[in-house]
Design a protein around this ligand. Structure first.
Ligand code: NAP
Length: 251
């Protein structure tokens, strides 16, 4: 690489870690980062540096884009449940012969006092709900499988309201974006008389308070397990991803 050309990195965003990484990369004169966002939620935290909004058109489209933009490395910092983009990124990076690392924050682990019922997918989660009303925090695009539970009243927390809405018999939407704190979670659970919770094992601090609240209140939690981790290099946070990038840049 010429002395004047900066090392170019694509960060696939959608997670707290991607924002943190963009902030850290903005202060590195030797690296030029582009953060790609799916553009599916209405409001966005401002991302420092270059931002690209919208999909690439599958792994082939991404591989072509990586070549056209002369990208040197890819950081997949999407959400642990963004299965499709993670698979696309791995395939595209392999096709374009570009190194890739996946940022995967550690999952939550049940502690003493927790009553978790772990399941593999949303259909199993719906079947496992033990009591109504149920606090549903799985994201607005994953609500349809819960329509089979005509016996359960739901309080669904979403960043944006689902459109079209799923066919849930009885649902109240709470529109909110994390981070969430324990006192607010306890208030919300109390206000709605919640008797069970469904969530996916996203990990991280921003959405953890509901689990602490459930522990304190003795509420059952239906926990959707993560998909299998991707093959290849994996790091746990933005700082480790930055170290991975710098290791390549100085190699
Ligand atoms: P997904 O199913 O893995 O991806 C669906 C499609 O969205 C991809 O094929 C890709 O379109 C596009 N896409 C996803 N992430 C992108 C990114 N960072 N930049 C550009 N295009 C992207 O994703 P999802 O689960 O619907 O999540 C969508 C976004 O929300 C992701 O960025 C994810 O990190 C974030 N998010 C997801 C969750 C979750 O629980 N799934 C939670 C919080 C945040 P093309 O094939 O056209 O490239």
């Amino acid at each position: 690489m010429s002395a004047s050309r900066r090392f170019r990195v694509l960060v696939l965003g959608g997670s707290t870690e991607a924002f943190d990484l963009a902030e850290q990369l903005a202060g590195d004169a030797g690296i030029e980062a582009i953060t790609a966002m799916a553009g599916v939620t209405r409001e966005r935290r401002a991302v420092p540096g270059h931002v690209r909004i919208g999909g690439f058109g599958g792994p082939g489209g991404l591989a072509a884009w990586l070549g056209a933009e002369r990208i040197d490395a890819v950081v997949d910092s999407t959400h642990p449940f963004a299965r499709q983009m993670t698979a696309n990124a791995a395939a595209a990076a392999a096709a374009a012969r570009i190194p890739i690392v996946h940022v995967l924050r550690p999952p939550w682990v049940a502690q003493d006092g927790d009553d978790w019922r772990e399941v593999d997918d949303m259909a199993a989660a719906a079947a496992a709900i033990p009591a109504s009303p149920c606090f549903l925090t799985v994201g607005r695009t994953e609500l349809d499988p819960f329509a089979v539970r005509r016996d359960i009243a739901f309080v669904a927390r979403v960043i944006d309201r689902p459109d079209p809405p799923p066919d849930l018999t009885d649902v109240i939407y709470v529109e909110a974006r994390g981070p969430f704190v324990l006192a607010d979670e306890l208030r919300l659970l109390d206000r709605h008389g919640i008797r069970s919770i469904v969530t996916k094992n996203s990990g991280g601090k921003a959405a953890e308070a509901k689990l602490i609240a459930a522990r304190q209140l003795g509420l059952p939690v239906v926990m959707v397990r993560r998909p299998a981790p991707p093959d290849g290099a994996v790091v746990a946070d933005a700082t480790a991803a930055l170290g991975w990038i710098r290791g390549l840049n100085h190699a």
